[in-house]
Write a protein that binds this ligand. Structure first.
Ligand SMILES: C[S@@+](CC[C@H](N)C(=O)[O-])C[C@H]1O[C@@H](n2cnc3c(N)ncnc32)[C@H](O)[C@@H]1O
Length: 174
């Protein structure tokens, strides 16, 4: 059974009540926030991460993260439109996925946006999101027709580029 609930996730009381309701069912929970965090402030994401880490049944968190550099690029293309809709891009932590560690989440897997054609020969983001075509979708991993960078004689993306923006899976705990 699929149930949809509308809630402003920056409303602390509302989201805690929602998380408590979900966790009371006693099932393991996969949290997916694709395309959401970029609209929140650093403080709002930190507080949301804290609350998501609290229920023991919240076992996985799939999310995407933008780098400050990607944020600048997105602002150039989409900035005016999202600002007009009162939904400016905000969250792009300079420390990348390390942002989440003090909030109870550790990285299990990271898929770089650059890594769409990266060294593992797999592609993230094969199917563009209809609502936000720029960001990749972890769920739509498909083998790419391009060979891995190393096999093709291309230099692999540098560490900072590879890890600056992408999709990741977090697990609770340190
Ligand atoms: C780019 S869309 C992501 C779409 C989604 N990944 C999908 O495939 O349908 C961003 C979503 O974040 C939601 N959103 C933004 N701020 C929010 C908030 N404070 N609370 C709850 N949802 C929010 C918007 O309503 C929108 O649905």
């Amino acid at each position: 059974m699929l149930e949809q609930v509308g809630a402003d996730l920056t409303d602390v009381a509302r989201r805690r009540a929602l998380f408590a309701q979900i966790s009371s069912a006693g099932h393991p929970v996969l949290v997916v926030t694709e395309g959401l965090l970029i609209y929140l402030t650093r403080e709002q994401v930190a507080a949301l991460a804290d609350d998501l880490a609290a229920p023991p049944s919240f076992r996985w968190w799939l999310l995407d993260i933008a780098s400050p550099r990607l944020l600048k690029m997105l602002e150039k293309t989409w900035g005016r439109a999202v600002a007009a809709g009162n939904a400016p891009f905000q969250f792009a932590p300079a420390e990348g996925t390390a942002f989440f560690a003090p909030h109870g989440w550790r990285e299990a897997e990271f898929r770089s946006r650059r890594g769409r054609t990266g060294e593992d020969g797999e592609r993230v983001g094969a199917a563009p999101s209809p609502s936000f075509p720029v960001l990749p979708r972890l769920a739509s991993r498909r083998p790419t027709s391009r060979p891995p960078a190393a096999a093709a004689g291309r230099p692999a993306p540098s560490g900072s580029c590879r890890r600056s923006s992408g999709s990741l899976c977090l697990l609770p705990g340190l």
